[in-house]
Design a protein around this ligand. Structure first.
Ligand SMILES: NC(=[NH2+])NCCC[C@H](N)C(=O)O
Length: 387
């Protein structure tokens, strides 16, 4: 009886590779990550998983810095990030509810969720609070500008002198009317080319009529600077159960490392129909989430305000993620179980590559052509940011 208890205790505290009939290779991995590495393949798999985790940990920091520097988030699609947030929350809940998940899964889920929430909060701050605050600050300046501009407008013969601005009501008008209509002139208002900074990134991102060309070439008539477009709610999100390294099976393999890895190999991985269903929903959400960003870049004809490193890190994270799954096992049953996570990561790699290429194209190729044609949207944008 005592021997049995000791054995149970032993099994709980020491992971063991049943197949190889030896203890787990790397002690600290076993200790801190509760993972049992039995051979070189497992070690590579773990290393890939770790690189993926680290890349995800830092992936959103470049965009947060860019937003902070520009005091705006106009380059990143809010819809894309909301997809991440919802998927991440499902992932977090899934990890908490699923006893088979590893601590690493939970840590990664917490990490993702935290960084993405920070990024979304930052965007909301710059899109709404900061913009409103900036607007109210700019009002007085605009009124002065208007006064200075008024004499330039064709005056009725009866008009005389400098018009006095109607402070109170006029002030409110600024919140609900476009700058051009306020000026009551076909001449674009002074500094109207700086509108990109005034317009909300997410509003821009969701407005199908919006493009950066509109910003500078044709002053916006149909976009109110003070009325952000409503954000469409994303529907049907699935749980992202995977940093987990797409590892429902790994998870169990790891746990099995504490109770007998062989068990898993003998009985196969338990699959949850709900988990698979959520996995496919998650894959659809994550894959679809890139599309608003790609579309936003196309509509704007620019990648200003978008930090490419977010996608470079995501690219590396997804590649190493796929590597970590495939290196751990090439058994069809396990690959099949991980199919939603694998497919999601592979498709996201392709889409991230596309976004990076978009970045290079708009930043370098289009920049040159716009310089040649005398367009100044970038200059205007930079100028706007200084204000
Ligand atoms: N908030 C996050 N970074 N979530 C991770 C998303 C992972 C998913 N494969 C993607 O690239 O979209």
């Amino acid at each position: 009886m005592k021997a049995l208890m000791l054995l149970q205790q032993h099994q709980k505290s020491i992971a063991y590779c049943m197949k190889e009939n030896k203890p787990c290779v790397v002690g600290w991995v076993n200790m801190y990550f509760k993972d049992c590495l039995c051979n070189l393949r497992d070690e590579f798999s773990f290393a890939f998983g770790l690189v993926s985790l680290l890349c995800w940990a830092v992936a959103e920091i470049p965009q947060i810095i860019t937003n902070f520097r520009t005091k705006s988030s106009h380059g990143v699609s809010l819809l894309f990030l909301l997809g991440w947030v919802v998927g991440d929350i499902f992932n977090l809940v899934g990890c908490l509810l699923e006893p088979a998940t590893l601590p690493t899964q939970l840590y990664t889920a917490v990490l993702y969720t935290a960084t993405t929430i920070i990024l979304v909060l930052q965007i909301l701050y710059y899109d709404y609070f900061y913009r409103c605050w900036k607007h109210s600050d700019d009002d007085s300046a605009q009124e002065v500008e208007e006064v200075l501009k008024k004499p330039l407008k064709p005056q009725k013969p009866t008009d005389s002198g400098i018009p006095i601005p109607r402070s109170a009501s006029r002030r409110m008008d600024f919140y609900f009317t476009s700058a051009r209509s306020l000026a009551g002139s076909s001449t674009p208002p002074f500094r109207s080319n700086l509108r990109p900074i005034a317009s909300g990134p997410s509003a821009v991102g969701l407005n199908p009529d919006y493009s950066s060309d509109d910003d500078t070439v044709d002053a916006p008539l149909n976009i109110s600077v003070s009325q952000p477009k409503p954000i469409p709610r994303s529907a049907g999100y699935g749980a992202f159960l995977a940093t987990s390294s797409g590892m429902p099976h790994q998870t169990k393999a790891l746990i099995v490392g504490f109770g007998g890895r062989k068990l898993l190999q003998e009985h196969g991985t338990e699959h949850s129909a709900l988990g698979q269903c959520l996995g496919w929903m998650m894959a659809a959400v994550y894959m679809g989430g890139r599309l608003p960003q790609i579309w936003l870049n196309i509509k704007r004809g620019s990648v200003e305000g978008l930090n490419p490193f977010m996608f470079v890190f995501a690219l590396i994270a997804n590649i190493t993620y796929v590597g970590s799954i495939l290196l751990r096992s090439t058994e069809w049953s396990k690959i099949k179980a991980n199919m939603p996570w694998l497919l999601d990561a592979v498709v996201c790699v392709v889409l991230d590559l596309f976004i990076i290429l978009q970045y290079v194209y708009y930043k370098y190729f289009r920049k040159n052509s716009s310089t040649c044609s005398g367009r100044e949207d970038e200059g205007a944008y930079k100028k706007a940011n200084k204000n």
